[in-house]
Each structure stands twice: as structure tokens, then as C-alpha cells.
Design a protein around this ligand. Structure first.
Ligand SMILES: [Zn+2]
Length: 292
């Protein structure tokens, strides 16, 4: 912005010069015309420079925001040229990884002995459309105990249809609750969502406030939500080792897919801004799925 002010100053002083010239050289019209033409040309050049500098400043600002469209960062989508089959070209782990998510969950299962205990707290709604999903950022203080290990709920987001399948079938949607431990390990709780006539008030609050277009986080000061209301009553689950389901598909992520789905109304499924934002199921590659 300081560049704009600086160049604005230069442009203004050139204008002042033109006015001064017109006062001093009233008798020398031809000479004045030449000088005026020259000054006008200089102003135009300065304006062009200003325009170019503004473009640079804008590009830097966009890069700072982390927008994938104007920063030159690798771009990916759910369909077409940039779709999941081609993610590996820019994000090698997506193609070469051997523990990728999501999975089709089918037996036989090992017995899961992991106990889950969620202690989520209410907080002000902070929601964004990141171009790939609707994400709710969670303030510090909501925790998940995985056995003796403690994780903090960082954010949750939605996929349509559900990325995970049960016996080869996806559900209408899924909520992924993303947790991080103090040493940076990730654990995702997946809550499958099936069509239901019953309204979930928390989902309703999110849907009412979610931005339809990609953009920065919106804080809705008047709305408080408790992520606990998006969990089923029972935390009985399927468990496996997996990866981020979006590029860069980083592995070492613990997945806990809840056996009980929660309900979501048809009109909400239909009004979700992403018609398809689910990665296809990935090969098991010898991994074991356990069930509690
Ligand atoms: Zn997800």
C-alpha cells in the first residue's frame, strides 16, 4: 500500500508541474503544448508503473493468504485432469503410499481394544469454504483421549458422499473430526451421516452460516456450537492406520470410523456447496481393520 501512496504522490506532483507550467509559460503556447504533452506522457508512464506494482503487491498478498488459485501452489480437484487419479503427479505419496485413506470397511475385523473418550467444549462458530470443503475451526480446549494419548480437536469438515464405505456402500455424507497430539500426530474421527427427518441443530447452525464461495474464515460471534453434538451416542468404531484423504496424502493418521451414523436432513445434503468431494476408496495393502 505504501507503494501506492508513494506513486500517488509522484503522479500528484507531476500534475502540479503541469499547472505551474501553464501559469509560467502563458506567452509560449507552442512550447507549453510540447511540455504539456511530455508531462502527460510521464504521468501515463507513472500510472502504468503503479498499475504493475499494484499487481505485484496483490499477488504477494494472495500468496500470503495461501490461496491455491493465484499463488502458483499445486492445484487439485475431485474430478477431471486434476482429479484423484492424477494427484500423485504433484503429490507423490497419494500414488506411492501404502496406507492410504479412505477405505472400504469390510470384515473380518480384529478386535479393537482402543478406548475413545471425547471431551469437547462449546465455542464460537468459525467456518470457512476452502475450495474443497466446508471446514469449522475449533478453538483450543476440546480433547479426545485415544487410550492414554491425548489429542486436541483442531477442526472438522464434511465430505459428500462419505469417503468411507461400509461393505462397499458410501453414506450420504461424513464428518471428519481432525485431532492433533502435542507431538504432532493426527487422529481422525469419522462420523457417517445418513438422511434423516430429524434436524441436528448444530449442523443447521453451520449450514446457515457456511460461505457458498471459497474464502477466508468467517467468525459468527452470535453462534456457539458444541462439536460433541455431532458425535453419535456410542463411540463404538472401526479403526485403521491411514492418511490424509486430500493432497499431500500424508500417512501416519489414525482413523476411527463411528459404527453409528448421525442423521442429516435431505435439504441439507442437497444444499452442501460441494456436489462431490470424496476421494475414492484406497487399497488395503495388508492393513488390518479392527472393530470395537
Ligand atoms: Zn476429510
Amino acid at each position: 500500500m505504501f507503494i501506492r501512496i508513494l506513486l500517488g504522490g509522484i503522479v500528484a506532483s507531476l500534475f502540479a508541474m503541469v499547472i505551474t507550467l501553464s501559469i509560467v509559460n502563458t506567452g509560449k503556447t507552442k512550447d507549453l503544448d510540447t511540455r504539456l504533452a511530455k508531462a502527460t506522457k510521464q504521468i501515463k508512464e507513472q500510472e502504468e508503473t503503479l498499475q504493475k506494482l499494484e499487481e505485484v503487491v496483490h499477488a504477494i498478498a494472495e500468496k500470503g493468504k495461501g490461496s491455491s488459485h493465484s499463488s502458483g501452489a499445486p492445484h487439485w480437484e475431485y474430478e477431471g485432469e486434476m482429479g484423484p487419479e492424477n494427484w500423485g503427479k504433484q503429490f507423490p505419496t497419494c500414488a506411492a503410499g501404502k496406507s492410504q485413506s479412505p477405505l472400504n470397511i469390510v470384515g473380518p475385523f480384529e478386535k479393537s481394544t482402543t478406548t475413545l473418550k471425547a471431551d469437547y467444549k462449546p465455542g464460537v462458530l468459525k467456518v470457512l469454504n476452502n475450495g474443497h470443503t466446508i471446514q469449522v475451526n475449533v478453538p483450543p480446549g476440546s480433547t479426545l483421549k485415544v487410550g492414554n494419548e491425548s489429542y486436541e480437536l483442531v477442526q472438522f469438515h464434511f465430505h459428500r458422499p462419505s469417503e468411507e464405505q461400509i461393505d462397499g456402500k458410501p453414506m450420504a455424507m461424513v464428518t471428519h473430526m481432525v485431532h492433533k497430539s502435542a507431538d504432532g500426530k493426527l487422529a481422525v474421527v469419522g462420523v457417517l451421516m445418513r438422511e434423516s427427518a430429524v434436524q441436528n441443530r448444530t449442523l443447521w447452525s453451520i449450514w446457515k452460516n457456511m460461505p457458498a464461495k471459497e474464502g477466508p474464515e468467517v467468525e459468527v460471534a452470535s453462534v456457539s456450537i458444541n462439536p460433541a453434538t455431532l458425535l453419535p451416542e456410542s463411540l463404538a468404531h472401526y479403526a485403521y492406520e491411514g492418511s490424509l484423504t486430500t493432497p499431500p496424502c500424508t500417512e501416519g493418521v489414525k482413523f476411527f470410523i463411528m459404527k453409528s451414523p448421525i442423521g442429516i436432513q435431505r435439504e441439507m445434503i442437497d444444499s452442501f456447496p460441494f456436489k462431490l468431494n470424496a476421494r475414492p476408496v484406497q487399497p488395503l495393502n495388508g492393513r488390518k481393520i479392527s472393530a470395537s
